[in-house]
Design a protein around this ligand. Structure first.
Ligand code: EPZ
Length: 419
């Protein structure tokens, strides 16, 4: 267990390179179980979620290891038929992608229900509906999901809610289904497109990823391919928000500016200057942020994962902001901690009413989930004095090299082991 000490209250200045996208990495890694041969996955972030997935792949019998150049090679030609240990799968939500991947690969899978951040109920009914439509038998016993099918068959599947996880899971399974699968009301997130690009590079026939209708011609043999994971737009959004909140001039390299548009638009509305230049984005901020009205939605709406850092920014805005959470039932775990730092925030149902204060004060605070940790990191950059952030293991699940990156922006930061 560790804590971060962040000395805030000064503008951020400098350049940071954004890492590969966590939520894409944890979808492409299980997909690497499908092709014959060795896939090389580049631009993977060195974060706990990726390390855990690597351990899961190895425990299943796959060869999977980091190379010196920072890429990972995965060869899954030999796999054991054992259920994956709950010890590992419980540590990250994305372990449920093993259901879709193994169903495609060997016609059966058994995975304990996943862990991940506590954001309210996190049902997987849409994943299971998709598997059933493809002809799989699905059962749920003592917290473990079992899926099996002698032969998957293409189907037309309409998702009742827009779900990133269900879209990815059913897409994985559909690569092995005979005939055509059509996914309707599919998630359009860039990491769905990233996964489809990797699978297509391996020989799959997936069209329409990035729109709400995805068509898969299943049953094509897949051969391993090299693939570079897209940049993490939520990590980028976190640093952009920190720069806009604390003031300064920050350049982020290795980003895809179009993926950042929902966040850039809101930061501009809050008064920051956001300049795009090829694969970099620069945020300049000299004034106190303006208040905003914001609602999180599936892509291309404002991302729910970027909302907690944004509430930290709005807590020092020059007026009252309204932030509505449109994806998760309970995503305001960071609000109590921001209050300890002097923020004036009231949560009414799924909306936070944020009355901007002149400044935040440093305080000991505790992160209880990944993006709450990111919000506290941003608050630590804003607040005068030294903010002590406990629960840093949550941050480490999704952010690579946080201290080095903050230091590159002139923030004094230390990591201490908790006693
Ligand atoms: C992914 O979670 C991300 N996780 C989350 O990021 C992110 O917040 C979320 O998408 C939304 O963008 C990963 O990619 C590993 P969903 P996921 O299925 O796939 C409901 C982070 O901080 N739903 O799109 O689990 C669900 O309850 C994490 O990086 C059903 O009703 O999210 C929610 O209200 C946290 N039935 C909504 O859909 C289902 O079968 C969206 O969930 C599935 C979902």
């Amino acid at each position: 267990m560790a804590k971060l000490l962040v000395d805030g209250g000064r503008p951020l200045r400098g350049t940071v390179r954004i890492s590969g996208r966590k939520n894409s990495a944890v979808a492409v890694m299980p997909a690497a179980l499908l092709p014959q041969g060795t896939s090389r996955l580049e631009n993977l972030p060195r974060i706990t979620d990726v390390e855990v997935f690597l351990s899961i792949l190895r425990q299943m019998g796959a060869e999977a290891a980091w190379r010196e150049d920072g890429s990972i090679e995965v060869n899954a030609e030999r796999l054991y038929r054992l259920p994956v240990s709950f010890e590992l799968t419980r540590r990250l939500r994305a372990s449920y992608y093993l259901l879709g991947a193994l169903l495609a690969r060997q016609g059966r899978a058994e995975v304990a229900l996943p862990g991940g951040c506590d954001l309210g109920p996190r049902p997987i009914d849409q994943h299971l509906k998709g598997f059933r439509a493809l002809g799989a038998e699905v059962s749920l016993q003592r917290g473990t999901v079992k899926v099996q099918a002698r032969q998957l068959r293409g189907a037309r599947i309409y998702f009742d809610v827009v779900s990133v996880g269900a879209t990815i899971n059913v897409l994985l399974a559909a690569t092995a289904a005979e005939g055509t699968t059509v996914l309707e009301n599919a998630a359009r997130e860039p990491h769905v497109v990233d996964l489809a690009n990797y699978l297509n590079a391996c020989g799959a026939h997936i069209r329409g990823a990035g729109t709400d209708v995805i068509k898969v011609q299943g049953g094509h043999p897949l051969r391993a391919a090299a693939h570079a994971i897209i940049p993490d737009e939520i990590e980028a959004a976190t640093f952009m928000t920190a720069a806009a909140a604390a003031g300064g001039d920050v350049t982020l390299e290795n980003v895809i500016p179009t993926h950042l548009e929902p966040v850039s638009a809101k930061l501009k509305e809050a008064g920051a200057l956001v300049l795009e230049n090829g694969d970099s984005v620069r945020v300049i901020s000299t004034e106190r942020p303006l208040p905003l009205q914001l609602k999180t939605m599936p892509y291309p709406g404002f991302p729910t994962d970027a909302m907690p850092p944004m509430t930290a920014l709005l807590s020092i805005a020059s007026g009252t902001s309204l932030v509505s959470e449109g994806v998760w039932e309970n995503r305001f775990a960071h609000v109590n901690e921001l209050r300890k730092m002097g923020a004036r925030i009231r949560v009414e149902g799924r909306t936070a009413v944020i009355e901007g204060v002149d400044a935040l004060q440093a305080a000991p605070v505790e992160a209880r989930d990944l993006r709450a940790a990111a919000a506290l990191m941003v608050a630590g950059c804003i607040a005068e004095g030294q903010t002590e952030i406990f629960g840093v293991e949550h941050l480490d699940r999704g952010y690579e090299g946080t201290e080095e990156k903050l230091r590159a922006l002139g923030v004094r930061v230390q990591r201490l082991r908790e006693e």
